[in-house]
Write a protein that binds this ligand. Structure first.
Ligand code: TYD
Length: 206
């Protein structure tokens, strides 16, 4: 029986998910909560295989790539997420199964079939979906990080990914405009997460 909270950060590359997650984790810790901050792909064996593919996805079929993300997530749930939820911690994950539905969906797999293959993964209490256009995302990655785009980040591909993210209608999704300044994004995130914590304490998460 889970008593903790699972919050996933989702969105296309360059939306600032990792920064926002880090800021939220520090804030919640200051408030006295026990927080587990984690990410996918993980640093486990399947996550490492995925990272090795970053610059050349064509080494494997879309189906094999999907398989690797599912194996990585299964381990992540078993070794990290579920134990933390059972302890009653707040788990913040940088990406979760919505990323698989959006990215591997954009690569040609069926997003609904991908959702159905996640019976093993606890439903998140909240998904913070950071929204940005693909063009803004690409500009940020180039200018701010000074990086070239890896295969996962090609603009055309990101447009498909953004369209899929926009189509998801799950009740747990809260959309946050990531084009705002970092502090404004963080403020919106804190407000919505504090509301979730209050609702959960009263025993209603719906
Ligand atoms: P990213 O969050 O950028 O991780 P890192 O900062 O460690 O590089 O994720 C890496 C890429 O993996 C990103 O472009 C999205 C992609 N991805 C998928 O295609 N499917 C998934 O299920 C996940 C979790 C990530």
């Amino acid at each position: 029986m889970s008593t903790g909270l699972l919050i996933a950060f989702e969105g296309i590359d360059g939306t600032g998910k990792s920064t926002q997650l880090r800021l939220l984790a520090a804030y919640l810790q200051q408030q006295g909560y026990t927080v587990v901050a984690t990410r996918e792909p993980t640093d486990g064996p399947y996550g490492r295989q995925i990272r090795a593919l970053y610059h050349n996805r064509r080494q494997v079929s879309p189906e094999r790539e999907l398989e690797l993300f599912l194996l990585d997530r299964q381990q992540h749930v078993d070794l990290c997420i579920q134990p933390a939820l059972t302890r009653g911690d707040i788990v913040l994950t940088d990406r979760y199964f919505f990323s698989t539905a959006a990215y591997q969906g954009a690569a040609g797999c069926d997003p609904e079939a991908i959702f159905r293959r996640h019976g093993f993964a606890p439903e998140p209490d909240m998904v913070l979906l950071l929204t940005l256009t693909a063009a803004e995302s690409v500009a940020r990655i180039r200018e701010l990080r000074g990086e070239g785009l890896n295969d996962f980040e090609q603009q055309e591909q990101l447009e498909k990914v953004a369209t899929l993210f926009a189509s998801f209608a799950h009740k747990c999704i809260v959309r946050i405009n990531a084009a705002q300044p970092v502090e404004a994004v963080q403020d919106s995130i804190r407000k919505t997460v504090l509301q979730l914590i209050r609702r959960k304490r009263k025993g209603c998460t719906g």
